[in-house]
Design a protein around this ligand. Sequence first.
Ligand SMILES: [Zn+2]
Length: 154
Amino acid sequence: MANSVLARSQAPAAADALPATVEDVYRRCRDLGMRLSRQRRMVLDLLWAEKHHLSARDIFEKLNNLGRNIGHTSVYQNLEALQTAGVIECLDRATGRLYGYRSDPHSHLTCLESGSIQDLDVQLPADLLRLIEEQTGFTIESYTLNLCGRRRPG
Ligand SMILES: [Zn+2]
């Protein structure tokens, strides 16, 4: 097969699938009728600045290191409200719950050495999606791949 899944996975996602900016997310929260308290904006700003998957504790510590006055309970409650509203992503891992800034469908690459998780935009070949649709009788609307590996030396 000339077009393997891996070769195609290098292709960037379509422009309309790009992650939202923090301003987009403020707007989305307002559209959803969510109050944008100072603490909620702090949490969103940090997630968008870091662009990593962080635990509630990481977020609490980073905000406090930045001199932001926010309690652990407030961080936790805001994260839960934001993920329930579908504004941020939430990953349940063996080590605990992680939050990320993207809520659009995307894939993850986990490093088996460090446990770090990268966001990836993987596009499966159209013929593979068609095959899955034929075999399942479903129309595929979105997908998320969980890839695990180790960084190659050199
Ligand atoms: Zn992610």
